[in-house]
Design a protein around this ligand. Structure first.
Ligand code: SAM
Length: 304
C-alpha cells in the first residue's frame, strides 16, 4: 500500500501548482487577524533534499523547481508566483542552486510563524500514515519548536477531518479552517474517499476553504473527480475554482514515467485567486513545459 514516497517527486510541476495555490489561499485568509485552523490530511515528510538520492533518481525537481528558480531573479513576476518562489528561497542559501524543498507542512508553518501572525494563535494539524515518513515529519516539526501550534499524527487524514470539523469557535464566534487534501492516489479508493470526505466536510462546515490536488492521468476515476467535486460544491451552494497545469508531455512518455499534469480544485476560493492564477500560470508553464505545443493551463471557476 505504501509504495509512494513524496521525496521522489518533491519540487516537481505538480508541487509547484499545489504550493503556489496553497500559499495564495492561506496568505489571503491570513489578512484577517482571526485564528485559522490549518489541516493537511496527507502531509508527507515535511521537507526534502533536492539533491538526495531519491530526488536524483526521479529527476522531477530538475524539470520543476530548478527551472522555476531561473525565474526568481526576474523583475515584476506575478505576485502569487513571486510569493511562492520567495517562500522556497527562504529555505535555501542565497547563492547557488536550491538544495531544499519545503513541503506543505513547512510552507504553512512559515506563514503561521511570520511576525504579524504569531500572536493570532493559528493551529496546524498534520496527518501522515507512511511508517517512514510519519517519523520524519515528526522530527522535522520538532525542530520548529512550535509547541502546541503544530500537531503531527500518524493516522488517517480522511478520518481526522470528521473530528476536526467544524473548527472551534474563536473570539467573536468566528470559525475558520483551510484544509489541504493531497493524497498520492496510489490506491484507487482514494478518489472515492476524497469525494466522501468533501461531501461530509461541507455538511459539517460549509464555509471552510478546501483545496484538493488531483493527478491528470488516463484513469476514469481521475477524470471524474473534478466533475464530482464541482457537483458537491454546487449542491452546497459554494463557490469553486479549478486550475490545471499540463506540461504537454505525452502521458506514456512523461519523463521517468512521471506525471504530465495535475489540477487543484478549491472550494470557497478567495475572490482574488482566479486572477492571481491566471497571471501566474503562463510564466510558470513557460518554464515547466516539456512539449510547448501541447502544454496548457486553465482556470475555471463558478463565478466565470
Ligand atoms: N502534502 C505534501 C506536500 O505537499 O508536501 C505531499 C503529500 S504526498 C502527495 C501524499 C502523502 O499521503 C504520502 O506521504 C502518503 O504516505 C500519505 N498518505 C497516504 N494515505 C494517507 C492517509 N489515508 N492519511 C494520511 N496520509 C496518507
Amino acid at each position: 500500500m505504501f509504495s509512494y514516497r513524496h521525496a521522489f517527486h518533491a519540487g516537481n510541476h505538480a508541487d509547484a501548482l499545489k504550493h503556489l495555490t496553497l500559499l495564495a489561499c492561506t496568505r489571503h485568509l491570513m489578512q484577517k487577524p482571526a485564528p485559522l485552523q490549518l489541516i493537511d490530511t496527507h502531509a508527507g515528510a515535511g521537507i526534502y533534499r533536492l539533491h538526495g538520492a531519491d530526488a536524483a533518481k526521479s529527476d522531477e525537481a530538475a524539470r520543476g523547481i530548478a527551472r522555476l528558480q531561473a525565474l526568481a531573479g526576474e523583475q515584476r513576476l506575478p505576485a502569487a508566483l513571486q510569493a511562492y518562489l520567495d517562500a522556497v528561497a527562504s529555505f535555501n542559501a542565497k547563492a547557488g542552486a536550491w538544495r531544499t524543498y519545503p513541503g506543505s507542512p513547512l510552507l504553512l508553518f512559515s506563514l503561521m510563524d511570520s511576525v504579524p501572525r504569531r500572536a493570532v494563535h493559528d493551529r496546524l494539524h498534520l496527518f501522515e500514515l507512511h511508517p517512514s515518513d510519519a517519523p520524519l515529519l515528526a522530527a522535522h516539526v520538532a525542530q520548529l519548536r512550535a509547541g502546541r501550534r503544530v500537531r503531527v499524527q500518524c493516522s488517517d487524514g480522511f478520518a481526522a477531518l470528521k473530528r476536526l470539523l467544524p473548527p472551534p469557535a474563536a473570539a467573536g464566534d468566528s470559525r475558520r479552517a483551510l484544509v489541504l487534501i493531497d493524497p498520492s492516489y496510489e490506491i484507487k479508493s482514494d478518489y472515492a474517499r476524497v469525494q466522501g470526505a468533501i461531501g461530509d466536510a461541507l455538511r459539517r462546515f460549509a464555509s471552510g476553504v478546501y483545496l484538493i490536488w488531483h493527478p491528470i492521468i488516463a484513469r476514469r476515476e481521475a477524470h471524474e473527480l473534478p466533475r464530482r467535486l464541482r457537483t458537491l460544491a454546487n449542491q452546497a451552494q459554494r463557490g469553486w475554482l479549478h486550475a490545471l497545469l499540463h506540461t504537454g508531455a505525452a502521458a506514456s512518455s512523461a519523463p521517468g514515467g512521471g506525471l504530465a499534469g495535475s489540477g487543484m480544485f478549491v472550494i470557497n476560493p478567495p475572490h482574488t485567486l482566479a486572477d492571481a492564477l491566471r497571471e501566474a500560470l503562463p510564466p510558470m508553464l513557460g518554464a515547466l513545459a516539456q512539449e510547448a505545443a501541447r502544454a496548457h493551463w486553465r482556470v475555471e471557476c463558478s463565478m466565470g
